[in-house]
Write a new protein. Sequence first.
Length: 392
Amino acid sequence: MPHRLAIVTTHPIQYQAPWFRAMAAHPELDLEVFFCHQATPSQQAAAGFGVEFDWDVPLLEGYRYRFLKNVAADPSVGHFGGLDTPEIRDIIAEQRFHAVINCGWHRKSYWQSIRACWKTRTPVMVRSDSHLHTERTALKEALKLPAYRLFIPRMDACLAVGRWARDYFLHYGARPDRIFLVPHAVDERWFSGHAARLAPCRPQLRAGWKLPADAAIFLWAAKFIPKKRPLDFVRALDIAARGGARVHGLMVGDGPLRAASEAFARQHSVPVTFAGFLNQSEIVKSYVACDMLVLCSDGGETWGLVANEAMVCGRPCMVSDKVGCGPDLVTSETGAVFPLGDVDRLAALMSKFAAERDCLRTMGEAAAHKIKQYSTDAAVRGVLEAVHAVTR
């Protein structure tokens, strides 16, 4: 008989849907997903995307789900009290799931679920990509340490997305044998399939964005918000170009810092193209057009799933040393790591790779191979290992 598994999460997210579908298709799992909120296009814009939109890929197909009634006074995924779904307590009590996964603990709904699991003795698991490299004040860490060491060891299993997340759980007292790798993953078949179909159109895609055919194209794809540090990317391009490197940037996304980034680029004649927001079905074009992805983010970037997308499409990545996916995905074979905020070092790496275009292609092939370890199938295997452990 399959294990009856519930997942409690904030709202439909494009990166979670492939994972949910893969679990729902597995014969050992009987999955139901509970969403605490349904974000509107205006709320997507307020979350940092900068434009109102709905995702143009299916987020609710291929698995069983339910939207919980959010009774919060200010419904939002952005703060603790914005998700308040008391009915989850009765659902867990009545349905008697074999296990429940909470995709975090930073919202009231998660604690309603966790407490219901404890009360009914339902095995409860948490999945997290938090890590210890996010900047925190000494006071905040001092307050967190005793509190987190009270509840994290009480979880029946901790699902870590990568190496730093595992270190985080260990730091707060989780048992090593109850930490399971459930990596962040994207729909690798969808992305690789689209990339393969678009590959013959690469010259036309580059021409459509007026990207020079003889330049190394560095892609930055993110919300234009402070933690993503878009100006680091523009400044590094400026330094590399003034040093004689044949480089060009492609910036995909929108948000509050876009105007400042464009202003700097105009004032300094930086070789960069601003493509604006691209939905899921369009962003593959930017991966095919570019030669390398760059993530300049600070420690608030707990993973960086655009790196997964780029690597599935056969592109290497450069990330700052505070980006969560770095220790798992980025090696000297698949890209490079640079110190956070060091635009001179980033510019030097851009110049180096622009002069070694064959090296970029080789790293792209290695990246496509490496990312196979971080697939939806691997994420399902991790969940199954955890479920078997907590229900044994």
